[in-house]
Design a protein around this ligand. Sequence first.
Ligand code: NHO
Length: 367
Amino acid sequence: MAPKEVYIGVIGAGGVGKCFLSQLESLSKRYATNASSPKISLVFISRSTKTLYSEKYTALPFENLSTKLANSTQKHLSLTEAIGFLSAAPGKAILVDNTSSQNIADQYPQVLSKGISIVTPNKKAFSGSYKLWQDIFSAAAESGAIVSHESSVGAGLPVISTLNDLVNTGDEVTKIEGVFSGTMSFLFNSFAPLEGSGGKWSAEVMKAKELGYTEPDPRDDLNGLDVARKLTILARLAGLPIESPTSFPVQSLIPKELESVASGDEFLQKLPQFDSQMEETKAAAEKEGKVVRFVGSIDVAKKEVKVGLEKFDRSHPIAALKGSDNIISFYTKRYGANPLIVQGAGAGGEVTAMGVTSGLIHILERL
Ligand code: NHO
Protein backbone atom coordinates (compact mmCIF):
# COMPACT_ATOMS: atom_id res chain seq x y z
CA MET A 1 0.00 0.00 0.00
CA ALA A 2 1.32 3.48 -0.88
CA PRO A 3 2.13 5.58 2.22
CA LYS A 4 -0.46 8.20 3.10
CA GLU A 5 0.48 11.68 1.89
CA VAL A 6 0.14 14.69 4.18
CA TYR A 7 0.30 18.25 2.82
CA ILE A 8 2.12 20.92 4.79
CA GLY A 9 1.80 24.70 4.60
CA VAL A 10 4.24 26.92 6.49
CA ILE A 11 3.68 30.58 7.36
CA GLY A 12 6.72 32.50 8.65
CA ALA A 13 10.35 31.86 7.78
CA GLY A 14 12.21 33.93 10.38
CA GLY A 15 14.50 32.71 13.20
CA VAL A 16 12.29 29.76 14.19
CA GLY A 17 10.82 29.19 10.70
CA LYS A 18 14.23 28.69 9.03
CA CYS A 19 15.33 26.18 11.68
CA PHE A 20 11.98 24.39 11.35
CA LEU A 21 12.34 24.09 7.55
CA SER A 22 15.74 22.47 7.93
CA GLN A 23 14.34 20.03 10.53
CA LEU A 24 11.38 19.33 8.19
CA GLU A 25 13.78 18.51 5.36
CA SER A 26 15.60 15.96 7.56
CA LEU A 27 12.28 14.49 8.70
CA SER A 28 10.95 14.11 5.16
CA LYS A 29 14.19 12.36 4.10
CA ARG A 30 13.97 10.02 7.09
CA TYR A 31 10.31 9.24 6.40
CA ALA A 32 11.11 8.57 2.71
CA THR A 33 13.31 5.63 3.76
CA ASN A 34 10.56 4.01 5.81
CA ALA A 35 7.59 2.51 3.97
CA SER A 36 5.29 2.76 7.01
CA SER A 37 5.87 6.52 7.47
CA PRO A 38 3.63 9.07 5.78
CA LYS A 39 4.92 10.99 2.76
CA ILE A 40 5.13 14.62 3.83
CA SER A 41 4.85 17.20 1.07
CA LEU A 42 5.62 20.85 1.69
CA VAL A 43 3.23 22.57 -0.72
CA PHE A 44 2.96 26.12 0.60
CA ILE A 45 5.29 28.59 2.28
CA SER A 46 4.84 32.29 2.95
CA ARG A 47 6.34 35.20 4.81
CA SER A 48 4.92 38.71 5.26
CA THR A 49 4.95 39.72 1.58
CA LYS A 50 5.88 36.59 -0.39
CA THR A 51 4.22 33.26 -1.13
CA LEU A 52 5.55 30.14 -2.84
CA TYR A 53 3.18 27.25 -3.46
CA SER A 54 2.73 24.22 -5.61
CA GLU A 55 -0.50 24.56 -7.62
CA LYS A 56 -0.71 20.82 -8.31
CA TYR A 57 0.22 19.84 -4.72
CA THR A 58 3.51 18.23 -5.75
CA ALA A 59 6.17 18.71 -3.05
CA LEU A 60 8.28 21.88 -3.26
CA PRO A 61 11.97 20.90 -3.28
CA PHE A 62 13.84 22.06 -0.14
CA GLU A 63 16.93 23.21 -2.07
CA ASN A 64 17.37 27.02 -1.89
CA LEU A 65 13.87 27.38 -0.50
CA SER A 66 14.53 30.75 1.21
CA THR A 67 15.91 32.24 -2.02
CA LYS A 68 13.06 30.81 -4.08
CA LEU A 69 10.56 32.28 -1.60
CA ALA A 70 12.33 35.66 -1.66
CA ASN A 71 12.29 35.68 -5.48
CA SER A 72 8.80 34.22 -5.90
CA THR A 73 6.59 35.99 -8.41
CA GLN A 74 3.49 34.01 -7.46
CA LYS A 75 0.52 35.98 -6.13
CA HIS A 76 0.87 36.60 -2.38
CA LEU A 77 -2.03 34.66 -0.86
CA SER A 78 -4.08 36.03 2.02
CA LEU A 79 -4.63 33.67 4.95
CA THR A 80 -8.17 32.97 3.71
CA GLU A 81 -6.77 32.03 0.28
CA ALA A 82 -4.07 29.91 1.92
CA ILE A 83 -6.73 28.10 3.97
CA GLY A 84 -8.71 27.50 0.75
CA PHE A 85 -5.59 26.15 -0.97
CA LEU A 86 -4.72 23.76 1.87
CA SER A 87 -8.29 22.56 2.39
CA ALA A 88 -8.46 21.60 -1.32
CA ALA A 89 -5.33 19.38 -0.99
CA PRO A 90 -5.91 15.76 -2.06
CA GLY A 91 -5.26 14.51 1.50
CA LYS A 92 -4.91 15.71 5.11
CA ALA A 93 -3.25 19.10 5.56
CA ILE A 94 -1.30 20.71 8.40
CA LEU A 95 -0.63 24.44 8.80
CA VAL A 96 2.58 25.42 10.59
CA ASP A 97 2.36 28.99 11.90
CA ASN A 98 5.86 30.26 12.69
CA THR A 99 4.81 33.91 13.00
CA SER A 100 3.84 35.91 16.07
CA SER A 101 0.82 37.32 14.24
CA GLN A 102 -2.38 37.92 16.25
CA ASN A 103 -4.28 38.18 12.97
CA ILE A 104 -3.29 34.64 11.96
CA ALA A 105 -3.94 33.35 15.49
CA ASP A 106 -7.47 34.82 15.39
CA GLN A 107 -8.24 32.65 12.34
CA TYR A 108 -7.23 29.31 13.88
CA PRO A 109 -10.89 28.32 14.49
CA GLN A 110 -11.61 28.74 10.74
CA VAL A 111 -8.47 26.78 9.81
CA LEU A 112 -9.40 23.94 12.17
CA SER A 113 -13.05 23.87 11.10
CA LYS A 114 -11.82 23.03 7.57
CA GLY A 115 -10.10 19.94 9.02
CA ILE A 116 -6.61 21.48 8.76
CA SER A 117 -4.45 20.67 11.80
CA ILE A 118 -2.20 23.36 13.30
CA VAL A 119 1.25 23.27 14.84
CA THR A 120 2.75 26.50 16.15
CA PRO A 121 5.08 28.22 18.63
CA ASN A 122 2.88 31.37 18.39
CA LYS A 123 1.61 32.23 21.89
CA LYS A 124 -1.02 34.70 20.71
CA ALA A 125 -3.88 32.27 20.05
CA PHE A 126 -3.57 30.42 23.33
CA SER A 127 -2.99 33.47 25.52
CA GLY A 128 -5.49 35.81 23.81
CA SER A 129 -9.11 36.04 24.89
CA TYR A 130 -10.59 33.02 26.66
CA LYS A 131 -13.26 32.91 23.96
CA LEU A 132 -10.61 32.39 21.25
CA TRP A 133 -9.13 29.55 23.35
CA GLN A 134 -12.56 27.89 23.62
CA ASP A 135 -13.32 28.43 19.91
CA ILE A 136 -10.00 26.83 18.91
CA PHE A 137 -10.51 23.67 20.92
CA SER A 138 -14.19 23.28 20.05
CA ALA A 139 -13.44 23.74 16.31
CA ALA A 140 -10.74 21.05 16.59
CA ALA A 141 -13.04 18.69 18.50
CA GLU A 142 -15.77 19.09 15.87
CA SER A 143 -13.60 18.63 12.78
CA GLY A 144 -11.12 16.09 14.17
CA ALA A 145 -8.19 18.38 13.32
CA ILE A 146 -5.36 18.49 15.89
CA VAL A 147 -3.67 21.50 17.53
CA SER A 148 -0.11 21.35 18.87
CA HIS A 149 1.57 24.31 20.56
CA GLU A 150 4.30 22.66 22.64
CA SER A 151 6.88 25.40 22.03
CA SER A 152 4.56 28.24 23.00
CA VAL A 153 5.99 27.65 26.52
CA GLY A 154 9.62 26.70 27.22
CA ALA A 155 10.63 26.34 23.54
CA GLY A 156 11.48 22.64 22.91
CA LEU A 157 11.22 21.64 26.58
CA PRO A 158 8.37 19.17 27.27
CA VAL A 159 6.32 21.60 29.36
CA ILE A 160 2.88 21.48 27.77
CA SER A 161 3.00 17.74 27.09
CA THR A 162 4.06 17.12 30.70
CA LEU A 163 1.22 19.24 32.08
CA ASN A 164 -1.28 17.54 29.75
CA ASP A 165 -0.01 14.12 30.83
CA LEU A 166 -0.36 15.05 34.52
CA VAL A 167 -3.92 16.31 34.03
CA ASN A 168 -5.02 13.51 31.66
CA THR A 169 -3.73 10.76 33.94
CA GLY A 170 -5.78 12.14 36.82
CA ASP A 171 -3.07 13.82 38.90
CA GLU A 172 -4.05 16.99 40.74
CA VAL A 173 -1.79 19.91 39.85
CA THR A 174 -1.67 22.25 42.83
CA LYS A 175 0.99 24.73 41.79
CA ILE A 176 3.24 25.56 38.84
CA GLU A 177 6.21 27.83 39.40
CA GLY A 178 9.33 28.78 37.52
CA VAL A 179 11.44 30.95 35.29
CA PHE A 180 9.65 31.11 31.96
CA SER A 181 11.70 33.63 30.01
CA GLY A 182 15.12 32.95 28.50
CA THR A 183 15.81 36.68 28.42
CA MET A 184 14.85 37.26 32.07
CA SER A 185 16.78 34.16 33.10
CA PHE A 186 19.95 35.45 31.42
CA LEU A 187 19.50 38.94 32.90
CA PHE A 188 19.07 37.83 36.51
CA ASN A 189 21.67 35.05 36.37
CA SER A 190 24.23 37.70 35.37
CA PHE A 191 22.89 40.68 37.38
CA ALA A 192 22.50 38.74 40.65
CA PRO A 193 24.68 35.62 40.26
CA LEU A 194 25.34 33.11 43.06
CA GLU A 195 29.09 33.71 42.65
CA GLY A 196 30.52 37.24 42.33
CA SER A 197 28.67 40.54 42.40
CA GLY A 198 27.20 40.74 38.88
CA GLY A 199 27.08 43.71 36.54
CA LYS A 200 24.97 46.85 36.54
CA TRP A 201 21.36 46.24 35.49
CA SER A 202 21.47 48.50 32.43
CA ALA A 203 24.79 46.96 31.31
CA GLU A 204 23.32 43.46 31.56
CA VAL A 205 20.26 44.52 29.54
CA MET A 206 22.60 45.98 26.91
CA LYS A 207 24.68 42.77 26.87
CA ALA A 208 21.55 40.61 26.49
CA LYS A 209 20.48 42.76 23.56
CA GLU A 210 23.93 42.48 21.92
CA LEU A 211 23.85 38.68 22.34
CA GLY A 212 20.47 38.58 20.59
CA TYR A 213 18.59 37.33 23.67
CA THR A 214 16.13 40.22 23.84
CA GLU A 215 13.41 41.33 21.48
CA PRO A 216 14.50 44.21 19.18
CA ASP A 217 12.97 46.57 21.76
CA PRO A 218 14.01 45.13 25.17
CA ARG A 219 10.90 46.63 26.75
CA ASP A 220 8.95 43.78 25.12
CA ASP A 221 10.82 41.38 27.42
CA LEU A 222 11.01 43.64 30.48
CA ASN A 223 7.28 44.40 30.63
CA GLY A 224 6.59 40.80 31.76
CA LEU A 225 3.92 40.20 29.09
CA ASP A 226 5.80 37.33 27.41
CA VAL A 227 5.91 35.50 30.75
CA ALA A 228 2.27 36.43 31.45
CA ARG A 229 1.27 34.86 28.11
CA LYS A 230 3.04 31.60 29.00
CA LEU A 231 1.41 31.54 32.45
CA THR A 232 -2.01 32.14 30.87
CA ILE A 233 -1.50 29.09 28.64
CA LEU A 234 -0.41 26.81 31.50
CA ALA A 235 -3.12 28.04 33.88
CA ARG A 236 -5.79 27.33 31.25
CA LEU A 237 -4.38 23.83 30.65
CA ALA A 238 -4.48 23.28 34.42
CA GLY A 239 -8.19 24.14 34.33
CA LEU A 240 -8.32 27.85 35.28
CA PRO A 241 -10.45 29.98 32.92
CA ILE A 242 -7.97 32.89 32.81
CA GLU A 243 -9.53 35.71 30.79
CA SER A 244 -6.30 37.22 29.41
CA PRO A 245 -2.60 37.78 30.23
CA THR A 246 -3.52 41.16 31.68
CA SER A 247 -6.17 39.81 34.08
CA PHE A 248 -3.66 39.01 36.88
CA PRO A 249 -0.78 40.91 38.51
CA VAL A 250 2.24 41.28 36.21
CA GLN A 251 5.25 43.27 37.40
CA SER A 252 6.91 45.33 34.69
CA LEU A 253 10.63 46.08 35.02
CA ILE A 254 10.34 49.16 32.84
CA PRO A 255 10.81 52.31 34.93
CA LYS A 256 7.59 54.41 34.72
CA GLU A 257 9.55 57.34 33.28
CA LEU A 258 10.75 55.21 30.35
CA GLU A 259 7.47 53.56 29.42
CA SER A 260 6.70 56.06 26.71
CA VAL A 261 10.14 56.90 25.28
CA ALA A 262 9.98 56.67 21.51
CA SER A 263 12.44 53.85 20.72
CA GLY A 264 14.24 50.87 22.18
CA ASP A 265 17.56 52.65 21.59
CA GLU A 266 16.46 55.70 23.55
CA PHE A 267 15.23 53.36 26.30
CA LEU A 268 18.65 51.67 26.52
CA GLN A 269 20.41 55.03 26.52
CA LYS A 270 18.34 56.30 29.48
CA LEU A 271 18.17 53.04 31.47
CA PRO A 272 21.47 53.65 33.42
CA GLN A 273 19.75 56.56 35.23
CA PHE A 274 17.50 53.99 36.92
CA ASP A 275 20.12 51.40 37.92
CA SER A 276 19.77 52.31 41.61
CA GLN A 277 16.19 50.93 41.69
CA MET A 278 17.32 47.44 40.69
CA GLU A 279 20.43 47.69 42.91
CA GLU A 280 18.16 48.32 45.93
CA THR A 281 16.06 45.24 45.08
CA LYS A 282 19.21 43.12 44.76
CA ALA A 283 20.68 44.46 48.02
CA ALA A 284 17.42 43.80 49.92
CA ALA A 285 17.52 40.14 48.81
CA GLU A 286 21.24 39.84 49.65
CA LYS A 287 20.58 41.14 53.17
CA GLU A 288 18.35 38.08 53.71
CA GLY A 289 21.00 35.80 52.16
CA LYS A 290 18.85 35.41 49.04
CA VAL A 291 18.93 36.29 45.33
CA VAL A 292 16.26 38.00 43.27
CA ARG A 293 14.72 36.28 40.21
CA PHE A 294 11.86 37.05 37.78
CA VAL A 295 9.35 34.26 38.11
CA GLY A 296 5.79 33.26 37.41
CA SER A 297 3.52 31.12 39.53
CA ILE A 298 0.09 29.55 39.33
CA ASP A 299 -1.63 28.52 42.55
CA VAL A 300 -4.32 26.28 41.11
CA ALA A 301 -6.31 25.81 44.34
CA LYS A 302 -6.41 29.53 45.10
CA LYS A 303 -6.91 30.35 41.39
CA GLU A 304 -4.07 32.86 41.63
CA VAL A 305 -1.59 33.68 38.88
CA LYS A 306 1.21 36.20 39.25
CA VAL A 307 4.37 37.30 37.48
CA GLY A 308 7.19 39.34 38.99
CA LEU A 309 10.30 39.57 41.15
CA GLU A 310 10.78 37.20 44.07
CA LYS A 311 13.57 36.37 46.48
CA PHE A 312 14.96 32.83 46.61
CA ASP A 313 17.31 31.02 49.00
CA ARG A 314 20.66 30.51 47.36
CA SER A 315 20.11 26.72 47.54
CA HIS A 316 16.81 26.91 45.62
CA PRO A 317 16.93 25.38 42.06
CA ILE A 318 15.57 28.68 40.66
CA ALA A 319 18.54 30.56 42.18
CA ALA A 320 21.04 28.15 40.63
CA LEU A 321 19.81 28.46 37.05
CA LYS A 322 22.48 29.03 34.36
CA GLY A 323 22.62 31.10 31.17
CA SER A 324 19.22 31.61 29.58
CA ASP A 325 17.72 28.35 30.88
CA ASN A 326 14.09 27.97 31.92
CA ILE A 327 12.96 25.92 34.90
CA ILE A 328 9.37 24.85 35.48
CA SER A 329 8.29 23.01 38.65
CA PHE A 330 5.00 21.13 38.75
CA TYR A 331 3.68 20.52 42.27
CA THR A 332 1.05 17.80 42.24
CA LYS A 333 -0.75 15.43 44.58
CA ARG A 334 1.10 12.46 43.08
CA TYR A 335 4.57 14.01 43.25
CA GLY A 336 4.05 15.30 46.80
CA ALA A 337 6.66 17.62 48.29
CA ASN A 338 9.24 17.03 45.52
CA PRO A 339 7.98 18.66 42.34
CA LEU A 340 8.38 17.30 38.83
CA ILE A 341 10.95 19.69 37.33
CA VAL A 342 11.58 20.47 33.65
CA GLN A 343 14.75 22.48 33.01
CA GLY A 344 16.93 23.52 30.06
CA ALA A 345 17.29 25.96 27.19
CA GLY A 346 14.04 27.89 26.88
CA ALA A 347 14.77 30.18 23.95
CA GLY A 348 16.45 30.11 20.56
CA GLY A 349 15.59 29.11 17.00
CA GLU A 350 16.74 25.47 16.97
CA VAL A 351 15.20 24.46 20.30
CA THR A 352 11.94 26.27 19.60
CA ALA A 353 11.77 24.66 16.14
CA MET A 354 12.35 21.29 17.80
CA GLY A 355 9.09 21.77 19.73
CA VAL A 356 7.35 22.60 16.43
CA THR A 357 8.79 19.57 14.63
CA SER A 358 7.94 17.24 17.50
CA GLY A 359 4.39 18.64 17.48
CA LEU A 360 4.21 17.95 13.76
CA ILE A 361 5.38 14.34 14.27
CA HIS A 362 2.80 13.94 17.02
CA ILE A 363 0.06 15.09 14.61
CA LEU A 364 1.37 12.90 11.75
CA GLU A 365 1.19 9.86 14.03
CA ARG A 366 -2.45 10.58 14.87
CA LEU A 367 -3.87 11.67 11.51
P1 NHO B 1 10.74 36.23 13.50
O1 NHO B 1 12.19 35.95 13.31
O2 NHO B 1 10.27 37.62 13.65
O3 NHO B 1 9.98 35.54 12.28
C1 NHO B 1 8.62 35.72 12.04
C2 NHO B 1 8.34 35.38 10.58
O4 NHO B 1 6.94 35.48 10.38
C3 NHO B 1 8.98 36.29 9.53
O5 NHO B 1 9.41 35.47 8.46
C4 NHO B 1 7.82 37.19 9.07
O6 NHO B 1 7.97 37.61 7.73
C5 NHO B 1 6.68 36.20 9.17
N1 NHO B 1 5.36 36.81 9.31
C6 NHO B 1 4.92 37.65 10.26
N2 NHO B 1 3.62 37.97 10.04
C7 NHO B 1 3.24 37.29 8.93
C8 NHO B 1 2.04 37.17 8.20
N3 NHO B 1 0.94 37.83 8.57
N4 NHO B 1 2.01 36.38 7.08
C9 NHO B 1 3.11 35.70 6.70
N5 NHO B 1 4.28 35.76 7.36
C10 NHO B 1 4.35 36.55 8.46
O7 NHO B 1 10.17 35.46 14.79
P2 NHO B 1 10.75 34.10 15.45
O8 NHO B 1 11.76 34.37 16.48
O9 NHO B 1 11.07 33.15 14.34
O10 NHO B 1 9.45 33.58 16.25
C11 NHO B 1 8.43 32.90 15.57
C12 NHO B 1 7.37 32.49 16.58
O11 NHO B 1 7.95 31.60 17.55
C13 NHO B 1 6.78 33.67 17.39
O12 NHO B 1 5.41 33.46 17.61
C14 NHO B 1 7.53 33.58 18.71
O13 NHO B 1 6.82 34.13 19.81
C15 NHO B 1 7.62 32.06 18.84
N6 NHO B 1 8.59 31.64 19.79
C16 NHO B 1 9.90 31.97 19.64
C17 NHO B 1 10.81 31.65 20.63
C18 NHO B 1 12.26 31.98 20.42
O14 NHO B 1 13.14 31.62 21.21
N7 NHO B 1 12.61 32.65 19.31
C19 NHO B 1 10.30 31.01 21.79
C20 NHO B 1 8.97 30.60 21.85
C21 NHO B 1 8.13 30.93 20.84
O15 NHO B 1 10.64 29.80 23.78
C22 NHO B 1 11.05 30.90 23.06
C23 NHO B 1 10.75 32.17 23.86
O16 NHO B 1 9.73 32.24 24.51
C24 NHO B 1 11.68 33.29 23.71
C25 NHO B 1 11.37 34.43 24.71
N8 NHO B 1 11.72 35.73 24.12
C26 NHO B 1 12.17 34.23 25.99
O17 NHO B 1 11.90 33.25 26.72
O18 NHO B 1 13.10 35.05 26.29
